[in-house]
Write a protein that binds this ligand. Structure first.
Ligand code: ATP
Ligand code: MG
Length: 288
């Protein structure tokens, strides 16, 4: 009998969320046992069970408590209106839900949509938006290939996910209203037991430590002693940089953690100030 406490997570079987969800768990040091095509899996080194589902089914599965937590697009959470707690915004699968119309149409404001037929896979979010804007339009629900609807005369406009906008362009459409941004979120069943809450906290702690390290570099450089202050001021590190004497008289080694972007911005200035042997090392985890 399995008596050990476990937490169960629902993630997408395949699709845009799947890989990044698994990657996020791995960055948190949680590795899944079986291939991702299995319906149920578990983690090798964490009391975690994994349920692979279509993203449409994740909000309800979590709301019902069949899964304790889940990774799903905010768009699906908003559409399904299931009772789940949004625990964390995860920063991947970023997109937006927008209204788009044929490129050739002229557009002034949202009143354009009065009396129009709008194709979408997100009727609930669209209905809420139209109601808020006091627009009476016809919603035509279709489950896929929404973007071709205007071209084949099935609708006047669409309401769909947009990220780069290239799908719109290739279907001669233009985005005219952004209704809501979306990204992957970690959701949880309301009222988790204390044991499961503790496991969730542990996962969040690990995820945040890996997240914090992203884009950060550990910088080492050698500098003449009299330049330490000038160079330190260029390095907006976590705390003041570590300064260590070198065997060569008058020289020190400086260590600090900085944003990769900042590194590229200040590299010229560092060299001009006399820094030598500059090393930039990736950081895996950062615990504050
Ligand atoms: P399923 O078979 O699981 O129902 P699906 O076809 O409904 O999958 P996907 O296309 O895999 O869904 O997209 C999953 C989620 O990824 C979307 O709900 C949305 O949150 C996000 N997403 C979709 N398209 C994009 C995009 N172009 N860029 C970024 N994120 C996106
Ligand atoms: Mg889906």
């Amino acid at each position: 009998m399995e008596t050990q406490n476990k937490i169960r997570i629902a993630i997408q079987t395949k699709g845009r969320l799947n890989e990044d969800s698994i990657k996020m768990l791995e960055e948190a040091g949680i590795y899944l046992v079986k291939g991702k095509r299995q319906l149920v899996s578990s983690a090798k080194n964490f009391p975690l069970e994994v349920l692979f589902l279509r993203d449409d089914d994740i909000p309800q599965t979590v709301a019902d408590g069949m899964a304790d937590i889940g990774i799903v697009g905010l768009n699906e959470v908003m559409e399904k209106k299931e009772e789940v707690d949004i625990i964390q915004y995860l920063g991947f699968s970023k997109c937006r839900l927008s209204l788009a119309i044929p490129k050739s149409e002229s557009y002034e404001d949202v009143s354009y949509f009065s009396g129009k037929k709008i194709a979408t896979s997100y009727p609930v979010i669209l209905k809420d938006f139209l109601k808020e804007k006091n627009i009476d339009a016809e919603i035509h629900e279709i489950s896929g290939s929404v973007e071709i609807a205007p071209g084949i005369g099935l609708a006047d406009a669409i309401f769909d996910i947009v990220s780069s906008g290239s799908t719109l362009v290739s279907n001669r459409l233009k985005e005219v209203e952004v209704v809501t941004p979306s990204e992957a979120v970690l959701v949880a069943t309301p009222g988790l037991s204390d044991e499961k809450k503790a496991l969730l906290e542990e996962m969040l702690f690990r995820i945040e430590s890996a997240e914090r390290a992203k884009g950060k570099k550990y910088i080492l450089l050698n500098a003449p002693e009299e330049k330490v202050e000038e160079i330190s001021n260029m390095l907006p590190g976590m705390k003041s940089p570590t300064v260590m004497p070198l065997a060569e008289e008058g020289w020190v080694s400086l260590h600090s953690v900085i944003d990769e972007n900042v590194f590229w911005e200040i590299i010229g200035k560092l060299k001009a100030a006399g820094a030598q042997g500059i090393l930039s090392i990736p950081i895996e985890k950062m615990i504050m």
